[in-house]
Design a protein around this ligand. Sequence first.
Ligand SMILES: Nc1ncnc2c1ncn2[C@@H]1O[C@H](COP(=O)(O)OP(=O)(O)O)[C@@H](O)[C@H]1O
Ligand SMILES: [Mg+2]
Length: 332
Amino acid sequence: MAEYKGGLMETDFNRSQPPGGARLGKSLSGGQVTRSESATNISNNLTSRSSDSSTEPVTSLNEYAGEVDPRKHLNLEAPTKIDIRHLNFYYGSKQALTDVSLAIRERQVTALIGPSGCGKTTFLRTLNRMNDLIPGTRTEGEAIFEGENIYDKSVDVVLLRQRIGMVFQRANPFPKSIFENIAYGLRVQGKSQRQIKEMVEESLRRAAIWDEVKDRLNTSALGLSGGQQQRICIARALAVKPEVLLMDEPCSALDPIATLKIEELITELSQDYTIVIVTHNMQQAARVSQYTGFFLSHETVKGQLIEYGPTVDIFERPKKKETEDYISGRFG
Ligand SMILES: Nc1ncnc2c1ncn2[C@@H]1O[C@H](COP(=O)(O)OP(=O)(O)O)[C@@H](O)[C@H]1O
Ligand SMILES: [Mg+2]
């Protein structure tokens, strides 16, 4: 696993800002650090960029990702895990997502980016029907997961949420012991005491927190640091053997060191799980994801997926002007 060094941390929490120009050359290794001038010359036409291969890259992915090689795990052949087609979502009469279609790739990390309020969280929560818990909401369209439409009335929502687990913005461990936090879902599943013990350890190991907590399993999870609590929550989600993990800004409340630990964990877990992560942090998207979806809300059209594709294309060869403006930090 690559180590994170140098100037990266300084920029780690800049909301939607690209790394600053002058500092870049000094702080990051590699030759691809100069920002393309072409970004200032693009026309206002929405689709003006469309795949003109002679155009210089808008930004360099490495400029955002630092010493991590974001292309390393990209699998262009990865099969579709969840196929979302023409999704519309409403809070009462208020539309929050408009005609969203995208194919989430198996065992890849998909990052969802876009300005605050553009519908990222709403979209993420449609994938395991967490929005069902909010009265007056309505979903149209489909999301095909292993041949079944997630939005079908006949879907067993409890089972769905085991298969598509979720980690929230703020770590939310139960006010119980570390052991009980992980054991809870397993007890509900009717596992034996011995199975539970084994699976608690396995889950804590997978979430890269075992060594830190193995001698204090019976103490309260609330006594742990924020970063540790978030890994406990990841372990809790892993314990019930999900296939997909949804993460809504899982590092937004964490310091840079804890953030890097979670990012390394995400990369590790993506070998076995399909991961969808909402992040406001472009550096994070560049470091952890292989695919990126960019959402935007207009005055009239809410929650549109403007562009979706391999992260490297979104950062270096965006097809839409809005994506380019966002990636190059012109709004956020
Ligand atoms: N529970 C809710 N009831 C009504 N509107 C909501 C609710 N949650 C979010 N919204 C609205 O939906 C839009 C998208 O919000 P959200 O998905 O949270 O965006 P993001 O995660 O990109 O910041 C916003 O206009 C927000 O105000
Ligand atoms: Mg959100």
